[in-house]
Design a protein around this ligand. Structure first.
Ligand SMILES: Cc1cc2nc3c(=O)[nH]c(=O)nc-3n(C[C@H](O)[C@H](O)[C@H](O)COP(=O)(O)OP(=O)(O)OC[C@H]3O[C@@H](n4cnc5c(N)ncnc54)[C@H](O)[C@@H]3O)c2cc1C
Length: 665
């Protein structure tokens, strides 16, 4: 198999424009003759479904929740990037492109990232037109804040609920099309296989999660916008239902899986509290605009804090180590996530952690409260030396910016973050890896597309904050609706795809057999039992830092755990009814296969880059050390067992950006 990324020729600035000018299109009358399945109605799938239907295609959209409004995208807090340069601080399409390629540690495809930066400006206009209530400054103009890894303010936001507001926009656009009959919405349906006919993706097998019924759906093309797979780690900031099943089934049907080991560990999450926890909570990266990250300088202070004998507010300024500001003076607390996460882990591993388990650092707003308070007192002509007044005014500003995040923190930890620093620790948050796609966002299976977090395309080895929403909406509103026409132009005379064929028979049998096996297994242990064990292997051996010994062990342990799962898993109830445990079992079965490929990918990548930190490859200062030999996308072909997967390489050529050592100092 040869990987053809189909990147157009010509200068990077013109590629997308020229490509759009020349690409095959389907005329409006013919679009009515074409069906498209969109699996997933988060920001990527929802925006794609709405736009494709608006263009005139017949769309069938699927999600496993009871409404598209409940996709994982709703959880996104901090914001969405766009190169609007509203702040006049030197931003541009090129700078967003450059920051994203550098942020991803030179492991993303240059042409895709430039296109992303180009269309970023359209996304904001589109969403404003839909009525998305982005934050505005006093004069009514759209406001921006900063996120990690950049030197400008380009992040548009709606308090700490940006994902929710954007999703309402996409959902409203979808609803208009549902009302027109152009989208047929299948809520509470889970895609369990892709159907390939004559080498092309022509349908899916889905399970109605309420009745248990297995259904066949056909179309001329299938689009997956099914999100990321970070829940392979069990504990993560993902929605509980997020999973890899759709992507994994596509992989088994011929779609290559790219860079599975590229996972983002987010530095500002609420620390793990105990063994019975099933979910981790993110504290948005936007908090790093104003929060300062620190641990005690002295080990004895850290010990006293861990034992509950000392409070952070009792530690003098001179005895605090603002380790990000110390190590990375240029970017300070706004270094990229991979850098911030590793630095926090390094301090905690050295014994300076600040909770009972020693796995937390402080995120402190005291300085920001004073700074804002003084500014407000000045603006209002009040007494700047009145410390109570300054504190009160400062807290009001912090509340207006991050109020809902502070409230969430207080509810979970039962401490008031306006008075005492938050405790944070890195947690699994996003997967940069995913299904390999070409410039058209088509997978290696003709007619099968993949968009949003589910594909691998734009973030390289580390995603910059506020770039996932940008990518999902770029793919769905502005890229796929053009590129899919190139494939569908050949299908205007094909007619409806029948579902009474052997291809559909075989795929349906495959799904039913798997479900039967899970139900009739009658083992001893719950699905969660296996999921938790997988999560522990993933976190301990494939997590924030990796080495060959651990990864080799992980490969063996995951393969053994998978065998145990199939021997001993117990799934109560039946397949022909509402059965949440059965749905979960199928997802964990797929995580158990993906996990092994993940470890295999991490083992083969003998370098450190972005979120993939190999202990064998680091500088003397403990920074990630890239290797030129690995400047490629690792795309894996399914061959039966994860251990037999075959590696294909897409070489990454940086024609426009000079590949340099990645420094945030
Ligand atoms: C707490 C949190 C905060 C975040 N904050 C930000 C932020 O501020 N800015 C930013 O840019 N990014 C942020 N992110 C990341 C961002 O939210 C996600 O990457 C993005 O929303 C993913 O969108 P998506 O449409 O690709 O997938 P999702 O929103 O995960 O949607 C997946 C869809 O696929 C469906 N689906 C999945 N499998 C199947 C199946 N087998 N059958 C049928 N349907 C299926 C689901 O029902 C759902 O509709 C955050 C993430 C988290 C966890």
């Amino acid at each position: 198999m040869t990987l053809d990324s189909k990147v157009p020729k010509g200068p990077i600035k013109d590629k997308w424009t020229t490509y759009k000018d020349k690409i095959n299109l389907v005329n409006p009358a013919n679009k009515r003759l074409i069906d498209i399945i969109v699996v997933g109605t988060g920001l990527a799938g929802g925006s794609a479904a709405a736009t494709l239907a608006e263009l005139g295609y017949n769309v069938k959209a699927f999600c496993f929740q009871d409404s598209p409004r409940r996709a994982h995208s709703i959880a996104a807090q901090g914001g969405i990037n766009a190169a609007k340069n509203y702040q006049g601080d030197g931003d541009s399409v090129y700078r967003l492109f450059y920051d994203t390629v550098k942020g991803g540690d030179y492991r993303s495809r240059e042409a895709n990232v430039h296109r992303l930066a180009e269309v970023s400006v359209n996304i904001i206009d589109q969403c404003v037109a839909q009525g998305v209530p982005f934050a505005r400054d006093y004069g009514g103009l759209l406001d921006n804040r900063s996120f990690g890894g950049v030197l400008v303010s380009r992040t548009f936001y709606a308090k700490g609920q940006t994902g929710q507001q954007l999703l309402l926009g996409a959902y409203s656009a979808m609803n208009r099309q549902i009302g027109r009959g152009k989208i047929k919405m299948y809520n509470r349906h889970e895609m369990l296989d892709v159907v390939i006919v004559d080498g092309k993706a022509r349908g899916i097998i889905a399970r109605n999660l309420v009745t248990g019924e297995i259904e066949r759906h056909s179309a001329h093309a299938v689009v997956l916008g099914t999100g990321g797979y970070g829940n392979a780690f069990y504990l993560s900031t993902y929605a509980m239902g997020s999973n890899v099943t759709a992507a994994w089934k596509a992989h088994k049907r011929g779609a290559l899986f790219a860079n599975p080991c590229f996972t983002q560990i987010h530095p500002t999450c609420i620390p793990v509290s105990g063994d019975h926890q099933s979910k981790l909570t993110l504290m948005s990266e936007s908090l790093r605009n104003d929060g300062r990250i620190w641990v005690p300088k002295k080990l004895e202070d850290a010990k006293a804090i861990q034992e509950g004998k000392l409070k952070p507010t009792e530690i003098k300024e001179a005895d605090r180590d603002y380790f990000l500001e110390r190590r990375y003076p240029a970017f300070g607390n706004l270094v990229p996530r991979d850098v911030a996460s590793r630095a926090a882990k390094e301090r905690c591993d050295a014994g300076f952690g600040v909770n009972a388990t020693g796995e937390a650092v402080y995120l402190d707003f005291a300085a920001a409260i004073q700074r804002y308070g003084k500014e407000q007192a000045h603006v209002k002509g009040l007494d700047e030396s009145d410390s109570d007044l300054v504190t009160k005014l400062g807290k009001e500003i912090i509340k207006s910016k991050y109020g809902n995040l502070f409230q969430m923190y207080e509810k979970i930890i039962d401490q008031n973050p306006y008075e005492t620093p938050m405790m944070i620790y890195p947690a699994v948050h996003y997967t940069m890896g995913g299904i390999w796609v070409d410039y058209n966002l088509m997978t290696t299976v003709p007619g099968l597309y993949c968009i949003g977090e589910a594909n691998f395309s734009d973030h390289g080895a580390n995603r910059l904050g506020a770039s996932a929403l940008m990518q999902g909406l770029a793919d769905g509103y502005f890229v796929l609706p053009y590129t899919i026409g190139d494939f569908l132009a050949d299908d205007i005379r094909t007619g409806p795809i029948p579902v009474d064929t052997t291809e559909f028979d075989d795929a349906e049998k495959n799904v039913k057999d798997k479900l039967d096996k899970l139900i009739t297994n009658k083992g001893k242990y719950s699905v969660d039992h296996f999921h938790k064990r997988l999560g522990k292997i993933m976190w301990n051996k494939c997590g924030m830092s990796r080495n060959a010994k651990d990864l080799k062990e992980a490969i063996i342990e995951i393969a053994e755990l998978r065998k145990e799962f199939w021997k001993d898993v117990k799934v109560p109830g039946n397949a022909d009814e509402y059965n949440e445990e059965l749905a979960k079992a199928g997802r964990v079965a797929d995580f158990l296969e993906l996990g092994e490929l993940f470890a295999k990918d991490a083992l083969h990548r003998e370098e450190s880059c972005g979120g993939h930190f190999r202990e064998e490859h680091q500088t003397e200062e403990g920074e990630a050390k890239r290797r030129k030999e690995f400047q490629y996308v690792a795309a894996w072909e399914y061959k039966g067992e994860p251990k037999d997967a075959v590696l294909h390489k897409e070489d990454l050529k940086y024609e426009d950006i000079e590949v340099k050592e990645r420094s945030y100092k």
